[in-house]
Design a protein around this ligand. Sequence first.
Ligand code: SF4
Ligand code: SF4
Length: 221
Amino acid sequence: MEKGAIENYEACAKCGGMCCKKCGCDYFVSDFESMKLDYLESRLDEGRISIVAAIDFNRLPSGKLTATPILYLRARNINRDVIDLFSMKTTCASLEDNRCHYSLEDRPSGGASLIPLEFGMCYSEVDRIDELNKWIPYQKVLHRIVKRRIGMSVYAKLNEDIENVIFDLLAGNTEGVSPLEIIDLKGTIPMLTETHPEQIRNAYLRYEKSKPILLQRKKNE
Ligand code: SF4
Ligand code: SF4
């Protein structure tokens, strides 16, 4: 895809970089010259990209809700790992002195295709769902990288991440997370409660157990 975004420094300066402060932007498949394992590993080694998961919720005719992870690459967020399947999003680590580390040409296409407008009316010039779906043929290689890097399957890691995110929401561990992100995450809780009841229950149990420690910590602050 040709990177045809219109940079509008005035609008972005007025807004203060809201999109980059909420989260790193998405890479499109077309941003990479190869989808081979060694090439992707070398790009991840540069330290600015994470493997993340979009959760595709689907209601089956039986009434059961399913949650399928679609793995893809995104600009890495502050304090987040190379494998960052599901977490509270933080500011993009490539936002440096209120400017993107990348030139428009080298910027992840999710950011480069965003048309900045005043009053938060920014929009993408491409269909982001179409771009996400283009990652589907490369799930196998991304699953392999997750396994190689952390020794866990995507499903095991996602279960762990979901429990941790719900625990952190309950405990108020939201430093560096934008209010918009918290609203978005809270919106997924009803669906996660259906698809991952064990992880949600575990998070609540952990929270109940740690309440006295959390209260003591608050008092000491
Ligand atoms: S693209 Fe939009 S949301 Fe992002 S910094 Fe510019 S004006 Fe703000
Ligand atoms: S890579 Fe650049 S445009 Fe994308 S979120 Fe980070 S700072 Fe913003």
